[in-house]
Design a protein around this ligand. Structure first.
Ligand SMILES: Cc1cc2nc3c(=O)[nH]c(=O)nc-3n(C[C@H](O)[C@H](O)[C@H](O)COP(=O)(O)OP(=O)(O)OC[C@H]3O[C@@H](n4cnc5c(N)ncnc54)[C@H](O)[C@@H]3O)c2cc1C
Length: 260
């Protein structure tokens, strides 16, 4: 690990001004990705601005029929919520107890790992990301592999989830890390059907053919004759693109059955 200046501000205003004043600063949430990256010397920030002392970034609340989750809410806190069981179930399947007790919603989505679970939740549930600068629809937030619509000095403050009429998440986990080889969130919210896929491609995506079929008939059998094109999917030591394409359909059907 290279040397850096460590800061632990207690207000969002101080956090952003510390980052702006740094030569090459980095925010830190639970450190679950950042610390291993620093240990491996894959990054050498001049300053690390720890967000864990900022009370306004924490907490989970219901607000006007929406579940609003603070960026610093740990996965274990989300797993303990009851308003959207599909979301709680997804959070409960992330990593292991240590990761769930330190990893945060904001850190996960800012990192935008192609195999992370939350991107499927945000896109499938049609969530809204709130930052200190913007409000961004989930569909516009994830822009590529490890890429988001965030500016360098932008802090995610919370994410708002509308309550779906029906939803479920099904995941085929990597048996070692528990990251998603493929994970699918299926949701019906106010007459709209969404199928969001993580793990399979460079970034989360919506399976639009599946969405159309389920809009007419919300049953696993509605997907029987459909398939996912493997051409743009990931292929690695864990699974080929063809196997991932197969898993997307199987996970989507399992999620529909669980949500019905
Ligand atoms: C062993 C292991 C297993 C895991 N398994 C899974 C899994 O099954 N599924 C899964 O989805 N994830 C998994 N993860 C990832 C984990 O869940 C964390 O969410 C992820 O590592 C991000 O960690 P963090 O919240 O501690 O953020 P950090 O590591 O502190 O930060 C990550 C990045 O986000 C930025 N950032 C953090 N907070 C904010 C914010 N509020 N605004 C703007 N930028 C911010 C940081 O600058 C940094 O670039 C696993 C991780 C480990 C170590």
């Amino acid at each position: 690990m290279y040397a850096f200046e460590y800061h632990r501000p207690t207000t969002l205003a101080d956090a952003t001004s510390l980052l702006k004043g740094a030569a090459d600063g980095k925010f830190m949430a639970g450190g679950q990705t950042l610390i291993p990256t620093l240990k491996q010397r894959l990054a050498s920030p001049s300053d690390v601005v720890d967000l864990s002392g900022i009370a306004e970034l924490g907490g989970v609340r219901e607000e006007g029929g929406r579940l609003v989750i603070g960026a610093m809410a740990r996965h274990a806190e989300v797993a303990a919520t009851s308003m959207i069981p599909a979301l709680a179930h997804l959070a409960d399947q992330i990593g292991d107890p240590q990761v769930r007790n330190l990893g945060t919603l904001g850190g996960s989505i800012a990192n935008a790992d192609p195999a992370a679970d939350y991107p499927a939740a945000l896109v499938g549930l049609n969530a809204t990301v709130h930052t200190n600068q913007h409000t961004i629809a989930a569909d516009d937030f994830f822009t590529g592999m490890f890429e988001t619509a965030l500016n360098d000095d932008e802090v995610i403050t919370s994410v708002g989830f509308p309550k779906p009429d029906k939803a479920a998440y099904a995941k085929f986990p990597n048996p070692a890390s528990r990251y998603a080889i493929v994970g699918v969130m299926v949701a019906q919210t106010g007459g709209q059907t969404r199928v969001a896929v993580t793990g399979a491609g460079p970034s989360v995506f919506r399976a639009s053919e599946f969405e159309s079929a389920l809009a007419g008939n919300f049953a696993a059998s509605a997907l029987d004759g459909l398939s996912i094109n493997p051409d743009d999917l990931n292929s690695d030591i864990h699974a080929s693109a063809e196997y991932r394409a197969h898993l997307v359909k199987v996970m989507a059907q399992r999620a529909v059955t669980a949500a019905s």
